[in-house]
Every structure is written in structure tokens, then in C-alpha cells.
Write a new protein. Sequence first.
Length: 461
Amino acid sequence: MTLRLFDSLTREKRVFTPTDPRRVTLYVCGPTVYNRAHIGNFRPVIVFDTLFRLLRHTYGVDSVVYARNYTDIEDKIIAAARDSGQSIAALTRRYAGIYADDAAAVNALPPSLTPWATEHVGDMIAMIGQLVRRGHAYVSSGGVYFHVPGMPDYGQLSGRRPGDNEAGARVAIDAEKRDPADFALWKFAKPDEPEEAIWDSPWGRGRPGWHIECSAMAARHLGQTIDIHGGGIDLQFPHHENEIAQSECAHGAQMARFWMHNGFLDVQGEKMSKSLGNVVLLADLLRDWDGEVIRFAMLSGHYRAPLDWTESLLEQARTTLSRIYGALRRVWSAQGAQPADRAVLAALQDDLNTPMALAEVSRLASDANAAADRGDEAAMAQARADLLAAGALLGVLTRTPEAWEQGGDADEKARIDGLVQARLDARMAKDWAAADRIRDQLRDEGIEIMDSAGGSTWRRS
Ligand code: AMP
Ligand code: ZN
């Protein structure tokens, strides 16, 4: 079966084949690390993690290189470090750590590489030098700029022509630029900026622009032409357009063979964003919802469509996922089959059609229930294997059904395990009243004890 992906540059779904199937390359623009990311920022994390899983499944775990950078130098970072009295390094390392923890909470695998912008300033300077030598960049009073009109192909990804971004607005007269569409490759240091934010360069002390960071890091780690470049739709213009301009003018080679963009996560029809003040932090959601439920909700929409983030979307995800775990529990002991169902894979191979893939997982859960109803051991084992294989592709069903049904945090689990054991001890001692008291207490908390020959287990009812 073939993998088809929608390429934002050619605006069509095309068959994807990597340049080298032993080294499939994926680059996704990562976060600017100066505050906590909101749940909208985790849409690309989850979407491209699902693609990463699919590519690893297709080409082999060791044959896919996924790089997601950390932008750890930027105006907002400098301001946040100053406001909080920390060094830039301390601030960015702290928020990158939180980001990585948050990503892990929604079952995103760590990327193969997480390059830091500040560790690649030398690569950026070399690339800017190449652009200057080739006549694509010039030095002015504020820094080094890329000259957009010097690239006839500029604007193909977004369909915008140079100057479009100023349409309707008055073009600010900017003495530093030869053309309003030109953008900064290198920004000269301003008088009050911290040493930590300043590097030497052949043109003067300063720091790189945002766009050149990704161009340099992608080339350094993945090569001049990468297989897939991804990010949120808001990055298409100007960020990705400028990445293409820089990389292609510096290298004379195509930057990425496929461009993929996820749609927005919306709240009541509006993009979730800090500037609109409608953000929800993952840490806050995780207090009420399991990370796997959040991931399931995120994958319930197609990645290119806008996704409206609501309480009922999460409730639905939790209900469906619980039902699937319930089916998995019924076939859990039936082991030994090899996965055979191709429907989930086929859905993902069709431009990452995760809503279809999740519908197929529900169908597999129905198969599991039907097999368990019939007591058909072979069919139960088959359903178990297929459910787990589908879960591995989608990043769900990562726990045992028992662990899922118990939910909660480790302390809470330990407390309940202790009570269940105390009840067993009471029964051993024939203290029926004490045993019943514990069972009733747990029942009041919504916890059901299930006794069997092997002992007692429990679940949330
Ligand atoms: P930023 O830190 O703003 O550069 O965003 C990091 C990533 O999250 C980028 O790929 C953005 O396109 C993406 N992103 C930001 N807000 C949203 C949103 N509301 N929905 C989906 N993706 C978003
Ligand atoms: Zn980027």
C-alpha cells in the first residue's frame, strides 16, 4: 500500500516516497521556549508524532530522522528572561523541559533530534554568508536582510506575492530595507541587550533572525533537501516561505519535497492564541483529563481541518476510549496472534486520515466484544493483536486495560490498592463487617472490586 500526503506547495495529495528509504527525514518547527505552550501548540506535536509513528512503521524504527527544534533566542525570550531575573539559558531550558514533559503526557515520542538554535549560530552565519556572496542578501544599518525581489519564485508556498502582506495597510517606510518584503537574517545588537543574546559575525555583533534558524538546523541535521517539512498553517507565511527562500537561494536545491500544515485548534470558531486570551494549558487540562483522552480528541479531526476544542469533544473521546479499553480487557488474556487488520494503516496512509483510523479502531473493539461474546479464543487473540497494533500507530492504548480502568495518579492508585488489600486481609480474618465497610467506602468513591480465584482487582465504574 502506498502513502499519500497532501503537499501544501503543489496543493495536491501525492504519493510519498522518500529520497532514501533508509534515512527518511522530517523537520517540524518547534516551540519558542519562554512560557508554557497551550493546547493549540500541541496539535502539531500530536499530528506529526502520528506521522512519525507511521513512517517508522513503514520504513523501520531506525530509518526515520525526525528533528524538532527549540527556538531559544528571540525578542520575547530576552524580555521574559529580563522580567524574571533569570539567564536566557536557565529560562529556555526550563520551558523546554516542561514542553517535553507535556509532549510525553500526550504520548508523543521524543523526536530523533531536538536542535537548539543557539547551538547553531555558526551554521546560520555560514548560510547568511553564502546568501550575501550570491547576491541574495545585503547589509544595512539594522542588520543583514534577504532581498525578496531577487528571488523570482518567492511566494509559491503561500500563493502570496511580495508586498501582499502589506495589502490594505500603509507600507511603513523602513529605511533599513531595500524592499518592504525583505526580512532580517541577522539583527545587530541594540545598546541595552544582554551579552548572552549577542554573537560575533562578519557583519557586526548581533543575533540571527527566526527564519534562518530553521533553514540552518534542517540543513545541518537532515541535509539540503528534506523529505517532509511540517508545522502549523500560520507558519506557512511568512516563516516557511522565508525558509524556502533562504535555503534554496543558499544551496541551489529544493528545500523540502513535501510541505505539511496542520489547521488551527479553535475555541468557539476562533484560533486558540495568547493574543486572543482564549488559551488552555495542557497542564490544566491534565488535571481533569487523561493525556490519552486529549490525544484521542485531537486525532478525532483531520489534521488539515480546523478543530473546535470543546468539553463535549473531550467527553466523547473519553467515552469512546473507555469503550475500546473495555473491549480490550475482555480479550486481554487471549495472546499469541499476529496483527492482520490493515484498515487503520490504510486510513493513515491516506493523508493521515485519523478520524477514519479511529472509526476503524472502534470497529476492531466491536470485533473484540463479539469474539468475547462467542468465546472464540482465536478471534479474541486476533482482535487483541489488531487493537494493540492500531494503538501503537496512533499513540493510544498504551496501557493495560486494568491500568486504564484504574486511572488516577500513582498515589491514588496506591491508596486504593492498599484498601483492597486491607479488605482481603479482613476477609481472611473472617472480619466480614470490616471487609464490607471497605467495599462500601470504595463503592461510594465509584470504585468496583472484582473478586476472582487469583485475588481481587478493581476498576472505576
Ligand atoms: P508558536 O510557539 O506560536 O510558534 O507555535 C508553535 C506551533 O504551534 C506552530 O507550529 C504553530 O503553527 C502551532 N500553533 C499555534 N497555535 C495553534 C492553534 N491554535 N492551532 C494549531 N496549531 C497552532
Ligand atoms: Zn521553522
